[in-house]
Design a protein around this ligand. Structure first.
Ligand code: IVH
Length: 693
């Protein structure tokens, strides 16, 4: 069944997001986790970027929050309340700093202008964003953020909050406490103060206990409790909840000026607004910001209020203005979230995949969630024992995890052990292969199930996919879709068949144009003389990954020597254990292994090159380039190859360095996410031993 068209999906996402915005902002009763919301939002953002013809100024990606509720009067503001771009990892902060610097450089502004005033880092309290307006020092109005431009008028409710100054004192109070940054001057004529109304954790727990006693529904978290308390039609209810205020900035102001954010906080503090000096810090460099970020992470559970990250702002107002903003958020500030590497979501289905060695792996199909900045739609369930142990079923709410480079996995079922009406039956791996219907057997002594079918099409497709992949024969442009179609049409049954494909056959395939066919033929030709290690790896011998392929290739030097090796000789090789030795031996002595290799050498005329020597400054290191470089791309790649390095065609775990030029896009983000080291062009040139492009 074909999925929805991009247009249909965009409309659907806009509708869904508006609906969830309402649940969150207007009703204070979210239905999905933040991570699930983030996934919807990211998907819409990406689709809108790819289909600019479907632009809609009213799209939820162009707005913040939700439209105000009619029950409150609405107030329009001239300086919109913006939202913040999110960072999910330390690398994102480093990238934010690099972006700010790049921007300054591009504008011809000296970078020293940034280091002179640096950044201000503050905790990001999880509450309800509000704006308090003052005229001649008197509290006039309080509004919620609403959609950023139009907020709800909650003047009376906010007036009941103890922390909110109703009149700003004219003179410095005689015994006013004066934390370090506090400044005292007369209040300006017009002043909008922005901050967060929140509820302390203790207060929240107490409130919920009381509500439960009275049989009232409890609030999901302090944020919802604070929001629900402010957005009350009866101010007496607001007054009865102990709400707090904490301020971090201004909107309009007249009759006062300040040159940086730190000074702004000092003034606010002097006027009697609560500023959190303990958790606001001036940082000269991004390293100091990172230090703050880590410090807060270590302490956040013991803070009296809930936070969901830290906010980092360029301190200097002049620089802020220059750097500017994009659609809904400033480019001079960023919210660094403490992204847990887990998120909650729902199992929509459980399917099984057949690997190249026939292993049957159960996979959970999930409602998409964003975990560490990446949208997760599937997660491995590993094997039957794990499913049984964790009692994971279709319909369950589960915790998904993405840790390091590992594929996402389901950590636990939140529904396990409960008698929920929607719970499916316990899951069992099917008895027969979903692809070839051969019996599925459990491997003795292992937790894995395996398809016993010799000619299983599923296995065949997976081994071919592996054979053509980047680290193996690297047939550029030969994706799974094409491999799968070639197998389905009977054009390819084993690797050697790939080398008999011609342009006509390929161009005749469904959805493959002439140009792509030409490119594919060229890519197939280009792959004809792999190094021994790549060839070995491409064969997909169980337990022989990329690294061991190279170890074996270097030790034996030729395919002939390797094919003749006994298990004893194999296991003598440094790093090769008995399991690997047995596996390699079995492969080369099996009828199928022999045939596959013979056909590749004799029929497909694959010629194997010796391993290149491991020397040069970039020896053994893999580089990937992205963005615009001053050095021509081909020249940069040549530098790598000349110095014994490898140029990758795409992002994978094998990439050691990503060299990022200007306008580096998603590759950069993904590399940072995966912890791959990122180099500027200058750093790369330095490594190559030249300073000149
Ligand atoms: S600055 C232009 N600073 O986070 C800068 N916002 O996504 C806009 N928030 O709901 C906001 N703590 O109310 C800023 N220290 C802080 C903050 C903070 C919490 C909230 C803000 C808004 C959201 C922005």
């Amino acid at each position: 069944m074909p999925g929805p068209s991009p247009k249909e999906r965009i409309y659907e996402l806009r509708r869904l997001i508006r609906y969830h915005n309402d649940r969150y902002y207007r009703e204070d009763a979210p239905l999905i986790s933040d991570a699930e919301y983030d996934a919807l939002f990211l998907e819409l953002q990406e689709l809108e970027e790819a289909h600019t013809d479907l632009f809609d100024p009213e799209s939820p990606t162009r707005r913040v929050g939700a439209a105000p509720v009619e029950a409150f009067g609405t107030v329009e503001r001239s300086v919109p309340m913006l939202s913040l771009q999110n960072a999910f990892a330390e690398e994102d902060l480093i990238e934010f700093d690099a972006r700010v610097r790049r921007f300054l450089r591009g504008r011809g502004a000296p970078e020293s202008s940034l280091s002179a005033t640096g950044y201000v880092a503050e905790v990001k309290i999880d509450g309800l964003a509000v704006e308090l307006s003052y005229e001649e020092g008197n509290y006039l109005r309080g509004t919620t953020r609403g959609d950023g431009i139009r907020g709800e008028d909650v003047t009376a409710n906010i007036r009941t909050i103890q922390d909110v100054p109703l009149a700003i004192p004219r003179k410095r109070p005689v015994d006013a406490p004066s934390p370090p940054g506090t400044l005292f001057i007369d209040p300006p004529r017009v002043l909008d103060v922005r901050g967060e109304i929140y509820m302390e954790k203790r207060e929240f727990l107490e409130l919920n206990r009381g509500r439960e006693r009275k049989g009232e529904p409890s609030f999901a978290n302090p944020r919802n409790a604070a929001a629900g308390s402010v957005r009350q039609l009866d101010p007496r209810v607001t007054a009865s909840r102990r709400l707090r205020l904490w301020v971090y900035g201004t909107g309009r102001f007249e009759g006062v000026s300040f040159s940086d954010h730190w000074e702004e906080l000092g003034l606010l503090s002097g006027w009697g607004f609560p500023v959190d000096w303990k958790w606001s810090r001036r940082c000269r460099t991004i390293d100091e910001v990172l230090e703050f970020y880590r410090e807060v992470e270590g302490r956040k559970d013991s803070l009296p209020f809930e936070i969901d990250g830290v906010v980092v702002k360029v301190n200097d107002r002049g620089l802020q203005k220059e750097i500017g903003e994009i659609s809904r958020s400033p480019r001079w500030a960023i919210a660094a979230k403490y992204s847990p590497d887990t998120a909650e979501t729902t199992v929509e289905d459980i399917v099984v995949g057949v690997g190249r060695t026939g292993t049957i792996t159960p996979v959970a199909i999930l409602s998409p969630v964003v975990v560490r900045g990446v949208t997760v739609r599937r997660a491995t369930l590993h094997n039957q024992d794990l499913i049984d142990g964790k009692d994971i079923r279709v319909g369950d709410r589960v915790l998904v995890q993405r840790a390091g480079e590992v594929i996402p996995e389901v950590v636990e079922s939140l529904s396990a052990g409960r008698k929920e009406p929607g719970r499916g039956k316990p899951y069992r791996i099917p008895d027969s292969c979903p692809i070839c219907s051969s019996p599925v057997e459990r491997v003795p002594g292992e937790a894995a199930h395996r398809c016993t079918g010799n000619g299983c099409v599923g296995k065949r497709k997976e081994s071919l996919r592996h054979f053509v992949s980047k680290g193996a024969m690297d047939i550029d442009g030969m994706g799974y879709r094409i491999v799968s179609a070639l197998v389905d049409e009977g054009l390819v049954t084993e690797p050697a068949d790939l080398y008999g494909l011609d342009r006509r056959t390929l161009a005749g395939m469904e959805r493959l144009g002439e140009k792509s066919a030409d490119n594919l033929v060229r890519a197939i030709e280009n792959s004809r003389s792999p190094t021994l290690s790549r060839f070995l790896y491409a064969l997909g011998i169980p337990h022989v990954g990329e690294h061991l392929s190279e170890v074996l290739a270097r030790h034996f030097g030729s395919l002939e020597a390797l094919r003749k090796a006994t298990p004893g000789e194999l296991s003598e090789v440094h790093e090769v254990g008995p399991e690997v030795a047995r596996s390699a031996f079995e492969y080369f002595s099996s009828a199928e292994g022999k045939r596959t290799v013979d056909h590749l050498i004799d029929r497909a005329k694959i010629t194997i090159r010796p391993e290149p020597p491991r020397e040069g400054r970039m020896a053994g290191k893999t580089f990937l380039f992205t963005g615009t470089l001053r050095t021509p791309r081909a020249k940069a790649q040549e530098m790598v190859r000349k110095q014994g390095g490898i140029v990758a065609a795409g992002l994978s775990r094998k990439v050691d360095f990503l060299v990022a030029g200007d306008k580096a896009g998603s590759k950069l983000a993904k590399a940072l996410e995966a912890g791959i080291q990122v180099l500027t062009e200058q750093e790369f040139l330095g490594m190559a031993g030249t300073e000149e492009p």
